[in-house]
Every structure is written in C-alpha cells, then in structure tokens.
Unconditional design. Structure first.
Length: 164
C-alpha cells in the first residue's frame, strides 16, 4: 500500500470540503512527519486523525540533515514542509502538498507530488464518494476566501462531476 505524506494545506482543504474521513478509505496510507504533527496538528484534531489512520513518522539523522539542507536552499520553505519533503525523498513516498514552493522543490528532487484535486480524482476513481458529495465538497473548498486551487481545474472537475 503506497504511503502518501501530507503537509497541512492538503489536510485543511480536505477538512473544508468534508473529505477528511473519506480519504482514509482509499488504498493508501497517510503520514506526516512528527515535527509537523507536534507543531500543527497535535492540538488541532491530530488525535482524531490518528484514530482515522494517520501515521506520525520520525526522521532519522540523515533525513533531518536533508530537511535542513532543503530549508537552507529554499528560505521560504517552512521547517515542517522541509521535514515532509525529506521524509518523502528518503522513503520514496509520494508527497501531498498544496504549497507551490514545496511542490516545485519536490519536482526538482524527483519526488512525486500531488494535491487535493488529485485526491478527489482518487475518491471518484475508487467510487468512495458520489458526484453530489464531490461537487458539494469541491464547491466548499473553492468558496473559501483562502482557496489556492487553480480555478480552471476546479471548473473542469465540477463539469466532469455533473456528467456522471
């Protein structure tokens, strides 16, 4: 079962669209680095995410050194995001991120990276949610003032769901 490592932007969008529970029915394991969990999730629903199946992973010394190298190379990258990328790279795990800087660095590091729209495609592909749930959830995400998803991609998926 492939492991997908997530940053918080993906988790936030999934929660906004009421998709969080559903993604744990996909044939993947989801994980976050321990630093990200401690700083951003532990007091904000983290235990519930663990109950759903989220794994919290530690980095070994080499991965921590790699994370710090990423951080030095890209000053705009947060420490939790650099840990997520290093853990993905050292374990050959897929990275889930909505952060443009992190996604660009993942591409340079040959780490497969996807975002929340890719996850919605998997929810559809595996028939976990019907078109109504996908449409409503995506509209919730798109309607949020801090939505950073590409509008053209949102529109294309909404059109696709309406044809189902």
């Amino acid at each position: 079962m492939p492991v997908l490592l997530s940053d918080t932007s993906v988790l936030i969008d999934l929660e906004r669209g009421s998709f969080l529970d559903s993604v744990f029915y996909l044939p993947y394991e989801f994980a976050v680095p321990d630093l990200l969990y401690e700083r951003e999730l532990k007091d904000r629903g983290g235990p519930a995410l663990i109950d759903m199946g989220l794994r919290v992973e530690e980095l070994d010394g080499g991965a921590v050194a790699l994370a710090l190298e990423y951080r030095r190379a890209s000053r705009g990258l947060s420490l939790p995001d650099s840990f997520a990328l290093a853990l993905s790279k050292t374990n050959s795990w897929m990275l889930l991120s909505g952060d443009g800087l992190l996604r660009a660095l993942a591409l340079k590091q040959a780490v497969e990276c996807h975002g929340v729209l890719w996850l919605l495609d998997r929810l559809h592909e595996h028939r976990i949610l019907d078109r109504y749930a996908l449409t409503e959830g995506l509209r919730q995400i798109a309607g949020h003032p801090r939505c950073r998803l590409p509008h053209a991609e949102i529109s294309a998926r909404l059109r696709s769901y309406s044809r189902l």
